[in-house]
Design a protein. Structure first.
Length: 256
């Protein structure tokens, strides 16, 4: 299949699965992780960790390493990297694929309060608390967003993160360091043990952390759901690892 590698922008479960599938097929892959998690789960194959240095840095890297294509399998909320990849791929005429996992959608038993961003999530949560509808919060938005909730003093927070938060925290809280995937039984236990009455999360999609939504619906717990930010238009987009493997194969074997 040639020696030119695929640059895989990763850090997600889909990216790790894709790296493994391509490696098994003999496709050289260089996975790039942002480096925001101290001890990330590394994919198989070659890995680079850390930012590129913006659009110019990514362009320089591509000129040096000459990848056959770029596959963006970053998190749905990693908007900066996705925008940089789209810009550079267009400027340099490099084939680009976006692996965009499907968003979660509410079912009949779900009670969701969709909000456009993290600030709106904190404002809506504060309203629920002021109305006496919520006092014990399960916050699963990631450590970088915890500071948005720091001024909410009339509720208790269970803050689940992989690495410790570095921002200011709400006055009443417990930090739970944990890494998914999570199963339904464990999520039921978390909600029940800590007497959670509202869940605040991002619409990340995928199966690795979906169980908390099922457990919340079963318990009648409402969810403040931060909607996904917009993404730049990308010519080729798939939702599954299998489709991504097919796309890469077509790029490397255009006559097949």
């Amino acid at each position: 299949m040639g020696d030119r590698p695929i640059l895989l922008l990763g850090g997600t479960g889909e990216a790790r699965s894709l790296a493994a599938a391509l490696d098994e097929s003999g496709v050289p892959v260089i996975s790039s992780l942002a480096g925001r998690v101290r001890d990330p789960r590394l994919p198989v194959g070659e890995v680079r960790i850390g930012g590129f240095g913006g659009v110019d840095g990514l362009a320089r890297w591509i000129r040096v390493h000459d990848p056959a294509a770029v596959v963006d399998a970053t998190h749905p909320f990693a908007t900066t990297m996705t925008a940089h990849a789209a810009t550079v791929a267009e400027q340099m005429s490099v084939p680009l694929l976006r692996v965009r996992r499907p968003a979660w959608t509410p079912g009949p038993s779900d009670t969701w309060y969709p909000v456009p961003d993290m600030t709106a999530a904190a404002e809506h949560l504060a309203t629920l608390i002021a109305e006496g509808r919520s006092t014990r919060v399960f916050l699963t938005t990631g450590r970088q967003d915890v500071g948005v909730f720091a001024d909410i003093a009339d509720a208790w927070f269970l803050i689940r993160v992989v690495d410790p938060p570095t921002s200011e925290l709400p006055p009443h809280h417990q930090v739970l360091r944990s890494r998914g995937p999570y199963d339904l039984a464990s999520e039921r236990s978390v909600l029940g043990t800590h007497r959670i009455d509202v869940l605040v999360t991002k619409n990340s999609g995928g199966d690795l952390t979906r169980a908390k939504l099922t457990a919340a619906a079963e318990a009648g717990i409402p969810v403040v759901m931060v909607q996904r930010p917009g993404e730049p238009a990308v010519g080729d987009t798939v939702e599954s690892v299998e489709d991504a493997v097919e796309w890469v194969t077509r790029q490397l074997r255009p006559t097949v």
